[in-house]
Unconditional design. Structure first.
Length: 118
């Protein structure tokens, strides 16, 4: 059974940093594109960042320069380092994985809550 399990969320203050982790099990994700999505309460889910098997990255404009996505294939894990957190960072963050270069994601985690307060 394939599982993606996120951790590292919590309650922080504006300007703080937080590192999210997502560990996959059930298969090897070395060749998968991995991504982080977020969904603020009452809003649609949006992609935050993604990283391909080769290490190429993409960031949504609002997090460029503040967030860093990385992966450790030996650990079957993907990380999201979030710096200079803002109030609008508050959301449920989920990781996802897809086998193909484009298109829908095949696997999703349950998500971890990140709440930023003043």
């Amino acid at each position: 059974q394939v599982q993606l399990v996120e951790s590292g969320g919590g309650l922080v203050e504006t300007g703080d940093s937080l590192r999210l982790s997502c560990v996959a099990s059930g298969r090897t994700f070395n060749t998968y594109t991995m991504a982080w999505f977020r969904q603020p309460s009452g809003k649609e889910r949006e992609i935050v960042a993604r990283i391909t098997w080769s290490g190429a990255t993409y960031y949504t404009d609002s997090v460029k320069g503040r967030f860093i996505i990385s992966r450790d294939n030996a650990k079957n894990a993907v990380y999201l380092q979030m710096n200079s957190l803002k109030l609008e960072t508050t959301a449920v963050y989920s990781c996802a994985a897809r086998a193909r270069p484009n298109g829908a994601y095949d696997y999703w985690g349950q998500g971890t809550q990140v709440t930023v307060s003043t």
